[in-house]
Design a protein around this ligand. Structure first.
Ligand code: CP
Ligand code: NVA
Length: 308
């Protein structure tokens, strides 16, 4: 049994195997109705709990559909409706859930919740986003890049905006998959040095460039995310917008990159804020493939967790 807690905590060889398996899973479904079962049913007779302490569209639906396609069943639980939200410890919740279900996916605030869940659960635990990382998203992003452009190793990824949880997982992935990352954003929102250090120690180049036009030169991929994440206080909204406005990904910025530079966004996007509709709906954008690939990547992650 394996937990999938973070990209930097997962063996490099396993990460590569998960991406390859996701590709094979996607290919094998070619043209099949979405509700149709896979040929193999690796999650037959398995029950998966999907716990959400924050809102979600993609994570919720892609995990739910993925489990069902593989022959399993799901139970979607809202953190606030559980005793977890009313004083029961995470450790006790993990012990009890492990008696009922075969795997737990959790989206939560503090990463200590995820870690405690994994420590006390006797079934695999998957990180569906915390304030500090979003590993399932970046597995789908690596898969999407490679689908369009081949191996991601030694390619240049540019992160524009807030050095947030999704950026952190990109830095982990830079170290594990061997690509280089340039961060462009205001100094107040730089990614934590721990994440930058991980990528650099693994041999990847991490550059901090305040000028977005210089940052995107020669980029193979430009990535944006919301300026205000779910864990950020709404009172900081205006201040963040003011700081981040120069880092909007628009057509003018994309023209400073290469004609074939890809654009990604984990979604949900705020059109006209971190990215313009022209870029989101433009020829270099692969955001819908990226969203679809959450399904395939997570099916591969779940199979790896259960060893099925
Ligand atoms: N990208 C992503 O995780 O989307 P949701 O918040 O809708 O799950
Ligand atoms: N950084 C965003 C990602 C949403 C999928 C957030 O945490 O709200």
């Amino acid at each position: 049994m394996n937990h999938f807690l973070d990209i930097h905590k997962t063996d490099k060889t396993d990460l590569r195997q998960i991406i390859d398996s996701a590709r094979a899973i996607k290919d094998s479904r070619n043209g099949r109705p979405k509700a149709a079962l896979d040929d193999e049913l690796p999650l037959k007779d398995r029950m998966v709990a999907l716990i959400f302490e924050k809102p979600s569209t993609r994570t919720r639906v892609s995990f739910d559909v993925g489990v069902r396609q593989m022959g399993g069943q799901t139970m979607v639980l809202s953190g606030s409706d559980m005793q977890l939200g009313h004083g029961e410890t995470i450790a006790d919740t993990a012990r009890v859930l492990s008696r009922y279900v075969d795997m737990i996916m959790i989206r939560t605030f503090d990463e200590s919740v995820l870690e405690e869940m994994a420590e006390f659960a006797s079934v695999p635990v998957i990180n569906g986003l915390t304030d500090r990382s979003h590993p399932c998203q970046i597995m789908a992003d690596v898969m999407t890049f490679e689908e369009h452009r081949g191996p991601i190793a030694r390619k240049k990824v540019v992160w524009c905006g807030d050095g947030n949880n999704v950026c952190a997982s990109f830095l982990h992935a830079a170290g594990q998959f061997g690509f280089d990352l340039t961060f462009t954003g205001p100094v107040q929102l730089d990614p934590e040095m721990e994440f930058v250090g991980f990528a650099r120690n693994a041999g990847s180049s991490v550059v901090i460039e305040r000028d977005p036009a210089k940052a995107v030169a020669d980029a193979d991929l430009v990535v944006a995310d919301t300026w205000v994440s779910m864990h950020d206080s709404q009172s900081a909204r205006e201040r963040r917008h003011n700081m981040l406005r120069p880092y909007q990904v628009n057509q003018r910025l994309m023209e400073q990159a290469k004609p074939d530079t890809l654009f990604m966004h984990c979604l949900p996007a705020h059109r006209g804020e971190e990215v313009t509709s022209e870029v989101m709906d433009g020829p270099n954008s692969v955001i819908w493939d990226e969203a679809e690939n959450r399904l395939h990547a997570q099916k591969a992650i779940m199979r790896w967790c259960l060893g099925t």
